[in-house]
Design a protein around this ligand. Structure first.
Ligand code: PHE
Length: 358
């Protein structure tokens, strides 16, 4: 009888291992553990045994029964998916593949912060075309054709596709199909949007224009062919340089999270009069000079000035009644200062070793 019991137990365990559905499991339970089940039959037989045998086999049979009941319960949990019972979840398995979340480019982060600062001061945030007409990019900004100021803002010129064989714009070294000059350029600054905005909204006016600009540059750690600017324009009655410096201080200390000191030097831009180059006291050494400010103690940050009367006129605003200030700032330069970035070329590199630091 002992052997019979052992055999039955092993048979049941074998069967349980193969069970995949709860219907089969229930059938097995009835077959073995049910009222007329095989185990029950054996257990009943114990009654006929001698007292000695009863003692030993009775105990053993009961143990087998409890063990099998537990196994049935576990099998049921497994099948029903409630295998939360410890032992069924292998906590040492790898957690699966981690999904990397992207994030905003450092330039976009600084741009968003700038937009927040300016909207808090009542400025609109505007956009303008990157492919701009010569008129808005230069003419309307008081830079006539052939004016030497065009050289400092040399950009990429777009040709008209004529299909005709024409002379190479750079001499005889290159030949091929070249278009004729069109009046479109990749904008070298965000200043054209000054004119577009004045024409659309009139005075008074407060706006900033963040955006991508292009220059034909010899590339180095401080010069890129494609970078970002933030243009600012405020037009109203009696707008003066004090308004300009107040707004700039508010913006720069807001971004750099510290008080900044400004220095205005005369600077020439045809669309402002007077015009300035504006520096801030080096935020690294605070004045005495260090490698970051090339030992000058000051860092050049923006071009700015009071809007030239010709520019107000081109924008349809009466310079007798209104005045205004304008500024243009490199967002890349500002981000470089804020984060201590040593080379402007990192921004367009797409290098994740750089980008993942922000
Ligand atoms: N547009 C000028 C530049 O790109 C900057 C500037 C803007 C200067 C507005 C004065 C006023 O260099």
């Amino acid at each position: 009888m002992k052997k019979q019991l052992e055999k039955l137990k092993n048979e049941i365990i074998d069967n349980l291992d193969k069970v995949k559905s709860s219907d089969v499991l229930r059938a097995l339970e009835i077959k073995y553990l049910g009222r007329k089940g095989e185990l029950t039959k054996i257990l009943r037989g114990i009654a006929d045994l001698s007292v000695e045998e009863k003692k030993i086999l009775g105990k053993m049979a009961n143990e087998v029964k409890t063990e099998l009941q537990a196994k049935f319960k576990r099998a049921k949990e497994m099948i029903e998916g409630s295998a939360a019972a410890e032992g069924f979840i292998d906590v040492t398995l790898p957690a699966g593949e981690k999904i990397n979340r992207g994030h905003l480019h450092p330039i976009t982060q600084v741009q968003n912060e700038l937009e927040d600062l300016f909207t808090s001061m009542g400025f609109m945030v505007l956009d303008g075309p990157e492919l701009e007409s010569d008129y808005y990019a230069f003419e309307a900004l008081n830079i006539p054709a052939h004016h030497p100021a065009r050289d400092t803002q040399d950009t990429f010129y777009i040709t008209k596709e004529t299909g005709k064989e024409t002379k190479s714009p750079i001499g005889d070294l290159v030949s091929g199909v070249f278009g004729e000059a069109s009046d479109l350029v990749m904008r070298p600054h965000t200043s054209p949007v000054q004119i577009r905005a004045m024409r659309k909204y009139g005075a008074p006016l407060r706006l900033v224009v963040p955006g991508k600009v292009f220059r034909s540059e010899a590339l180095d750690a401080n010069h890129e062919h494609t970078f970002y600017q933030l243009e600012g324009l405020m037009v109203g009655e009696d707008i003066s340089i004090s308004n300009l410096t107040a707004v700039l201080k508010e913006m720069l200390s807001g971004i750099l999270k510290q008080e900044v000191e400004l220095r205005l030097r005369p600077g020439y831009f045809p669309f402002v009069e007077p015009g300035f180059e504006i520096d801030i006291k080096c935020t690294i050494c605070n004045g005495p000079g260090c490698p970051s400010c090339k030992y000058g103690g000051w860092l050049e940050m923006l071009g700015a000035g009071l809007v030239h009367p010709n520019v107000l006129r081109a924008g349809g605003i009466d310079p007798e009644k209104y005045s205004g200030f304008a500024f243009g700032m490199g967002i890349n330069r500002l981000a470089m200062m804020k984060y201590g970035i040593d080379d402007i070329r990192w921004f367009n590199s797409g290098d994740l070793r750089f980008l993942n630091q922000f």
